[in-house]
Design a protein around this ligand. Structure first.
Ligand SMILES: *[C@@H]1O[C@H](CO)[C@@H](O)[C@H](O)[C@H]1NC(C)=O
Ligand SMILES: *[C@@H]1O[C@H](CO)[C@@H](O)[C@H](O)[C@H]1NC(C)=O
Ligand SMILES: *[C@@H]1O[C@H](CO)[C@@H](O)[C@H](O)[C@H]1NC(C)=O
Ligand SMILES: *[C@@H]1O[C@H](CO)[C@@H](O)[C@H](O)[C@H]1NC(C)=O
Ligand SMILES: *[C@@H]1O[C@H](CO)[C@@H](O)[C@H](O)[C@H]1NC(C)=O
Ligand SMILES: *[C@@H]1O[C@H](CO)[C@@H](O)[C@H](O)[C@H]1NC(C)=O
Ligand SMILES: *[C@@H]1O[C@H](CO)[C@@H](O)[C@H](O)[C@H]1NC(C)=O
Length: 686
């Protein structure tokens, strides 16, 4: 036996810190299965409750998560027969001739529910949590097709704020995109068509000039390396260029931006627009933030009578500096904000190759850009109260017809909004993200830490700590039996729950999932989970309570860096801690000793007889396996699997290998011991 062999692979895993530190597979019940796949789903959840409303195909599920399990109630929402027949007669995709629920929102105390109703959108009120009733006649001129998209695949955003419903519908087919106030006692307002469509006419012009100079062949060649999704989109774009159908804008989210003065409250709407000058091998988008004031009451009889008088849009950039690696298509957005308007906006972006990244933006930065920038195409000085900024009612409207004309003709600002650190967050790029939410967590040092939750195409959830310096992937959860993409998520910071939906299942996860980190101080601290702290008296990893008192506290955390030395002597004492499990085997028999890998940020190795000899292990799935082979026979003795992380070494598991007399003397106990080990391995290898 060459000593060299022993020393070659001492540390089996030195994994990228970019990977999740822990990987959890959750097999607990608290989940709800749909009887048929719900490929489109809308969610409504009120903070602090245990009930999730899920709008699916012709049905609303009220899912009540209780101590005993999940209670479910279905409220039927079928399409009326006239709409269905007329849809079947004209629709290309017959599958869309059903009532897909697209909106569930509570406006004051009224539940507004809307669905596609087989291509003829319709809204109802949900009464007593049990039945849908038609909208009462006294509701002002409500047009369901302004609230709900016509088809389930048409992206839309609804936001209930200040007793009004705001709706953004993406363009599709002959329908152009819009941002409206739709259900309100205030004046119902909308965007001017050209505010969201202005690029479109130019893009078509651009296409008609480029298609003259480019043969279809070279177009094919150029688009070959692109993702299928993008190829289809480009084909759509070209076809749309010829027909009159619109695809611009596509909405990604909306949020209320609070203010200390009520008249300064705003709504941000996130969307992608076509970039008319993009090359054929680029994803032809640009990301946008649109902004409106909540107290907007529209213009005068002659200028912008039914339109916003405060709408402005800005370009958002996600990508490193001036590199060509830009992510132009914003897919989702989530805003974390305090009542004092301090906050962060997270955007999920993709590029033409289908790579998804997350960019973070400071709300104060966004404010500054909106305050300081010139309006595109408008060169006169902006005196006094700027166009598009909020103000008391009498500021914005009738007295300033000139201003209204400027607003009407110049909806865009020139400056570009840059992300924090001017680059996407350092997250694994092999994961394709589909959804994002975030939470601000008060840690035991009385500071707030941000935790981001990312849903992936493979049905996994990443839990990520985002500090000023870095991102740290606390864990990855595998929650679902079917590995479909995460379609929707809702976060309840008040109750501490994350609701997650795939086409087949709904799952709920506690935000403070501290018991999973193990029962040592070191494991608790190295988790770097701001929801959890090590309780010095109870000697357990516990959730930081809402009323935690910083001075009398007694919980330990180390969030800014992985540093378990805060645990003091307790960590050192744990080093030789496991009781070796006895494994009997024949002298020349095969043996495989498994060591479960917990932290993917640790390095693992095997040691024999208190470190006299060291052995390499082979990583198989979530196990570090030590096996005998002719080059490296295992002798009798104690084998310990050691994990080293953050400068500290810890024993994970140990075995005492004992040779028995020979094959003839193999007792049933020995066979059992071996088969148990092999079973453990096959479990770990799954
Ligand atoms: C949910 O279940 C709990 C416990 O059974 C019950 O008290 C509560 O009323 C239910 N909520 C709804 C909305 O059905
Ligand atoms: C809702 O409940 C109220 C009071 O219990 C009842 O009067 C009303 O008829 C119910 N409405 C519907 C649509 O069930
Ligand atoms: C919501 O409540 C507010 C305050 O009570 C009221 O002014 C407003 O009209 C209500 N909204 C709707 C849509 O009824
Ligand atoms: C559109 O795409 C072109 C080509 O990549 C790029 O140079 C330009 O900056 C983009 N324009 C906007 C407004 O995004
Ligand atoms: C707008 O109204 C406020 C009070 O509502 C008043 O103090 C202010 O002077 C008014 N401004 C203008 C320009 O009329
Ligand atoms: C925390 O505990 C200290 C000491 O008991 C007490 O003086 C202080 O008021 C407590 N703080 C809060 C916020 O409850
Ligand atoms: C870890 O924490 C200890 C005690 O708080 C401190 O003395 C030490 O410098 C820290 N180590 C690192 C690498 O920051």
């Amino acid at each position: 036996m060459h000593p060299v062999i022993l020393w070659t692979a001492l540390f089996c895993i030195v994994l990228a810190e970019k990977s999740p530190r822990l990987k959890f597979t959750v097999q607990e019940p608290a989940r709800f299965h749909f009887t048929k796949p719900q490929n489109y789903m809308t969610m409504y959840h009120q903070q602090g409750s245990n009930v999730l409303y899920v709008g699916g195909q012709a049905v609303i599920y009220m899912i009540n998560f209780t101590q005993k399990g999940v209670q479910e109630k279905q409220i039927s929402a079928v399409t009326d027969e006239i709409s269905r027949q007329s849809c079947l007669a004209r629709a290309v995709a017959k599958i869309e001739c059903d009532n897909f629920i697209t909106v569930i929102e509570k406006v004051n105390d009224t539940f507004v529910v809307c669905g596609t109703n087989a291509g003829t959108p319709k809204c109802w009120l949900l009464v007593n949590n049990s039945a849908l009733t038609d909208m009462p006649d006294n509701v002002q001129r409500i047009s369901s097709s302004d609230i709900s998209p016509t088809f389930p695949s048409q992206r839309s955003v609804s936001l209930s704020a200040g007793g009004s419903l705001y709706s953004a519908l993406s363009a599709m087919g002959k329908q152009i995109g819009s941002i409206r106030r739709t259900y309100s006692s205030k004046k119902l307002l909308k965007t001017e068509n050209k505010w969201l469509l202005s690029e479109w006419a130019e893009y078509k012009r651009h296409l008609s000039t480029t298609s003259n100079s480019q043969t279809p062949k070279s177009t094919m060649a150029k688009t070959k390396e692109l993702s299928k999704d993008t190829r289809n989109k480009i084909v759509d774009l070209h076809q749309a260029g010829k027909t009159e159908s619109a695809i611009d804008p596509q909405f990604a989210g909306a949020a209320v931006i609070p203010a200390t003065e009520k008249f300064n409250e705003e709504i941000y709407i996130f969307f992608s627009e076509i970039n008319k000058t993009a090359d054929l091998d680029e994803e032809p988008y640009r990301a946008r933030i649109g902004r409106i004031c909540m107290n907007d009451e529209g213009g005068t009889k002659t200028v912008l009578p039914d339109s916003w008088t405060t709408f402005l849009k800005a370009r958002v950039r996600c990508g490193a500096g001036s590199t060509p690696q830009q992510y132009n298509n914003i897919k989702r957005a989530f805003v974390l904000i305090s009542p004092y308007r301090i906050g962060v906006m997270y955007g999920l972006f993709s590029n033409a190759w289908g790579t998804t990244v997350v960019c973070a933006y400071s709300i104060q930065d966004i404010d500054q850009v909106f305050v300081k920038s010139k309006l595109t195409g408008y060169n006169s000085p902006l005196n006094g109260n700027r166009h598009g900024t909020c103000g008391p009612k009498n500021h914005t409207t009738a007295q300033y017809p000139k201003r209204l004309e400027v607003i009407r003709d110049h909806p865009e600002i020139e400056d570009v909004i840059l992300s924090v650190g001017e680059a996407p967050l350092d997250l694994p790029t092999e994961d394709h993200f589909t959804h994002i939410v975030a939470d601000s967590v008060l840690a035991v040092n009385d500071e707030h830490y941000i935790v981001i939750y990312l849903g992936t195409e493979q049905g996994k959830i990443l839990k990520v700590l985002h500090t000023n310096e870095e991102v740290f992937i606390i864990s990855q959860y595998s929650l679902f039996h079917n590995e479909g993409p995460i379609i929707n998520m809702a976060i309840d910071s008040q109750k501490g729950h994350l609701y997650i939906g795939t086409a087949m299942e709904i799952q709920r996860l506690p935000l403070a999932d501290c018991s999973r980190y193990g029962d040592t101080c070191r494991e608790c601290i190295l988790s770097r989970d701001p929801y959890c702290g090590w309780d010095l008296t109870k000697k357990r990893c516990l959730a930081v309570p809402a009323n935690y008192n910083v001075t009398t506290g007694g919980l330990l955390q180390s969030l800014d860096q992985s540093n378990a030395s805060v645990c003091g002597d307790t960590a050192a004492l744990k080093i030789r801690s496991t009781i070796p499990k006895e494994v009997q085997m024949h002298k020349d028999g095969p043996v495989l000793l498994p060591c479960p890998v917990r932290s993917y940020h640790a390095t693992y190795s095997w040691e024999k007889d208190n470190c006299i000899k060291r052995y390499p292990c082979t990583i198989s799935g979530s196990s570090c396996v030590l096996g005998s082979n002719p080059d490296l026979p295992l002798k009798e003795g104690v084998f310990r699997c050691m994990a080293t992380e953050s400068g500290l070494k810890q024993e994970v598991v140990s075995y005492r290998l004992v040779f028995n007399a020979g094959p003839s003397a193999t007792s049933s106990a020995t066979t059992l011991a071996l088969s148990v080990l092999l079973a453990m391995i096959s479990f770990c290898l799954q």
